[in-house]
Design a protein around this ligand. Structure first.
Ligand SMILES: Cc1cc2nc3c(=O)[nH]c(=O)nc-3n(C[C@H](O)[C@H](O)[C@H](O)COP(=O)(O)OP(=O)(O)OC[C@H]3O[C@@H](n4cnc5c(N)ncnc54)[C@H](O)[C@@H]3O)c2cc1C
Length: 501
């Protein structure tokens, strides 16, 4: 076996690797971490949603593991030899980055195990790249691109384009090309790991003791074990749920849904609603609450639902699914607390994901839940129209800072003047009244995710509304509106401001 120790600064090196790792992982990436350590009774699956807590957890996870544990457990002998310094289970976004950083940046002997490639994940199948590359961000965005065309075809008529018949879409071409691209990406990701010096082991990993992982019957020892196994879609346990699909399956259907029920009001549900609506399916979205996108800015929540409705998505609010039934002709019905709607070719649940926590008794963490709010975390929803946001929502800004100035703009973009479509853009800038600092920017409309990425730099840098106002707008663009909102739409005052911006 190879020598046992990392370089002298192993813990801090691992922590530092993790810091760079944390920067690279998108906000919505949820990483379930378990620090391998001795002792019992600490099992905290940690679905982590923000960069800061994620970074903090992982930093602690690695340093705890590297030091051999605490909590009264005997320290791991410095003389003990291991096959690897770091063994990572799962080569998704988190596992890939951790292994690469440990190996390439800090010279650690790193290995990662991952299950064979499949478009739909299971207990035995996954693939290098994980959810983001194979069943999340990437394939989803490819389908969003595909579905955007129908709106553009509609827009084009106002600009003089004439079609005898509407363009037809071939679902099979889309899915075939998407899957070829995914296979190409798996190859690239695998090579990236190898080029970084990480040993890639194919198979399902299982922790057998605090320093040993079993992959398909073969044992590997490691000083540190990082479990980065992500999660899988979960569906509620209601009658007929076996007839429903999840997001994995929805990205790889053999044919386009004619009429689809999408259960859920989160970003995945809205993104798929946009995809299928754009590809001309009849789309019904069922949400338990009275609004989509809990946690987003209230005005954005209203605006996106209204715009999606104008594009043809039907929302069924305050409805809890109770059963799915299949008729003799194969069509599906969805029964909720309020109604039963029939004739669906597909019923999809986008109601959450559950962590892949099927690891053995040693896979438990003492990692404290250190949650912190990072003020400038940008994120996007690739709905149609899409959303981009950075910083605080209006409610959160009032709660945190008290007095704020809110600038909003709701306008018809230039493109919609000739297209004749009811498309609009909504923008909102939230400013601290006392310091003039921009606390949040929210946008729903064409190119919002692209625009917000640039704005995020300014918000993260703590720039003021004055800085925004003194910036010359690029004309004619949609984004110029962000630097030309001169008068607040409203000033919100709250007496008990709790923090200084
Ligand atoms: C439909 C959808 C759309 C999304 N869109 C976006 C987006 O636009 N932007 C964004 O930032 N995020 C998006 N996300 C979220 C993002 O994909 C995840 O947050 C991210 O992939 C999580 O990374 P991870 O490394 O924690 O887990 P994963 O990527 O899930 O990786 C875990 C890996 O571990 C493997 N594994 C599990 N168990 C074992 C085992 N026992 N042995 C070996 N390997 C194992 C799995 O096969 C998997 O490859 C989306 C997610 C979904 C589902």
């Amino acid at each position: 076996m190879a020598a046992a120790t990392l370089p002298p600064a192993s813990s801090s090196a691992a922590a530092a690797a993790v810091r760079s790792l944390a920067r690279a992982v998108p906000q919505r990436h949820q990483l379930l971490l378990h620090a391998s350590r001795r002792g019992r009774g600490h099992r905290h699956p940690l679905p982590l949603t923000a960069v800061s807590p994620w970074r903090a957890h992982l930093r602690r996870a690695l340093s705890v593991s590297a030091s051999g544990g605490s909590n009264g457990a005997a320290p791991v002998s410095a003389e003990r030899e291991y096959d690897y310094d770091l063994f990572t289970i799962g080569a998704g976004s988190g596992g890939m980055r951790a292994s690469r950083a440990a190996s390439a940046l800090y010279g650690a002997r790193a290995a990662v195990c991952e299950m064979p490639f499949a478009t739909v994940a299971s207990d035995a199948l996954g693939g290098v790249g994980g959810t983001c590359v194979l069943r999340g961000c990437v394939p989803k965005k490819l389908l969003v691109y595909a579905s955007n065309y129908s709106h553009e075809f509609e827009e084009s008529r106002g600009f003089g384009w004439m079609y005898e018949t509407d363009p037809k879409h071939d679902w099979r071409t889309l899915i075939t090309n998407k899957n070829l691209e995914l296979q190409r990406l798996v190859g690239i990701q695998t090579n990236t790991l190898k080029n970084s010096g990480v040993t890639m082991i194919e198979g399902r990993g299982k922790i057998v003791d605090p320093h040993t992982v079993c992959v398909d019957g073969k044992l590997y020892t490691a000083k540190n074990i990082l479990v980065a196994v992500g999660g899988r879609p979960s569906k509620p346990n209601i009658p007929g749920i076996e007839h429903a699909i999840d997001s994995d399956a929805a990205l790889d259907l053999p044919s386009r849904p004619e009429k689809i029920a999408i259960v859920g009001g989160g970003y995945i549900a809205l993104e798929f609603a946009g995809i299928f609506n754009g590809l001309k399916s009849d789309v019904h979205v069922f949400i338990r609450q009275n609004k989509v996108l809990r946690g987003f800015d209230e005005e954005v929540r209203d605006f996106v639902a209204e715009q999606m409705s104008l594009r043809g998505v039907k929302f069924h609010i305050e409805q809890t699914p109770q059963a799915v039934t299949k008729s003799d002709d194969g069509s599906l019905s969805l029964k909720t607390n309020k109604e039963t709607i029939s004739g669906f070719s597909h019923v999809m649940f986008a109601t959450g994901r559950k962590p892949n926590t099927k690891v053995d008794e040693y896979s438990r963490t003492s990692v404290d839940s250190i949650w912190a709010v990072e003020i400038a975390v940008p994120s996007a929803v690739f709905s149609q129209p899409p959303i981009g946001q950075v910083g605080l929502t209006e409610d959160k800004a009032i709660e945190t800072y008290g007095d704020i100035d809110v600038y909003t703009s709701n306008f018809k973009p230039l493109r919609a003047t000739l297209s004749g479509l009811p498309d609009r853009v909504f923008m909102k800038v939230i400013v601290c009244s006392k310091t003039n600092k921009v606390l949040g920017v929210h946008m729903c409309g064409e190119d919002a995710p692209e625009i917000i990425q640039g704005i995020a730099i300014a918000v993260k840098a703590g720039l003021t509304k004055q800085n925004f106002d003194s910036t010359i707008g690029v004309h004619p663009t949609t984004a110029e509106e962000i630097v030309t909102m001169r008068n607040p739409t409203r000033k919100v005052q709250r007496d008990t401001a709790s923090e200084v911006c």
